[in-house]
Write a protein that binds this ligand. Sequence first.
Ligand code: GLU
Length: 400
Amino acid sequence: MSRLSATLSRVKPSPTIAVTTKAQELKAAGRDVIGLGAGEPDFDTPEHIRAAGIRAINEGKTRYTAVDGIAELKLAICAKFKRDNGLDYTPAQVSVASGGKQILYNALMATLNPGDEVVIPAPYWVSYPDMVLLAGGEPVIAPAGIKTGFKLTPEALEAAITPKTRWFIFNSPSNPTGAGYSWDELKGLTDVLMRHPHVWIMTDDMYEHLAYDGFEFCTPAQVEPALYDRTLTCNGVSKAYCMTGWRIGYAAGPQDLIAAMRKIQSQSTSNPCTISQWAAVEALNGPHDFIAANNAVFKRRRDLVVAMLNEIPGIACPTPNGAFYVYPSIAGLIGKTSAGGKVIDNDESFATALLDETGVAVVFGAAFGLSPNFRISYATSDAALKEACTRIQRFCAALR
Ligand code: GLU
């Protein structure tokens, strides 16, 4: 293609999608590949939610809807925020889009001017910085390393804020580390934000319900109610309800921001899939007992993966309290050479050699802004995880 926009030259394709696509292609070509790249539950969408989608089709609920969501879904979202987070929102403060990604994208597009800064703790989910760049803003990366459990300290947040800061993006439990902030840890950050009234908070709560070891989820507007008027609380049905492909994300926040996001959606994609919206109504209003059952399985898999990775000299894998990711460090392996002759000089060459030589697909840490690490999504069968970790153990044992 001859000419692309200048904006596009500022961004790269999503590395999580790239790894997932590569693993799928290798599998289709007959290679024995275990994909631990994609961050999505391997469980099917629960039966009652699927039935709601089928009902929507059979009842002819298949036409355009209001651009940012049907009234029934907005009411279900308001009820969810009240029930789970103690937050009061009206339907006019709620936006529904085609996945959490579109919600974040709309909000950034609606609010950023050239030179505006967005503070993003690293490691971060791969798309935050590139979405900021697409919207014409400047990502400001605030380090949150392994020493602080991959959590941003109030000091690091304070140091990243400038007069140009427009947003602070917060994500707990985190993709890619699984780290969840306690109430007190989050209060430390909201105290800083109270001192900077020009900074707005975009909180990505997508992994809210995926919590282990008694971790209690909390969200900024709940911890510091005085931030309510400058917080966009983002969430979605993808992870907890096993509905990644249905593409329903939502957010609640100030009415004028929601209206601005609606304007963008009205000129781009219009309403999210009608059938998915009706399925999401059932997800939010229906029974939730399957979430605890799924979490018991996720926790068992987390423990299996953490234990097997920590048996490897040179790898250190913290035990996270949420999401379905682990983010081990490979600091002890840098400089070695694989059995296939590949020098492991960074986490990208580690991930590439691992895939080429063992068929295990993981996402390298540089994609998330903190190296040398890699991300495993353990939302896959116990047998596949055991086999994958065994292959990683063998691969590392053969390093020289
Ligand atoms: N959130 C998931 C991940 O990080 C899905 C892929 C993506 O959209 O990045 O793997």
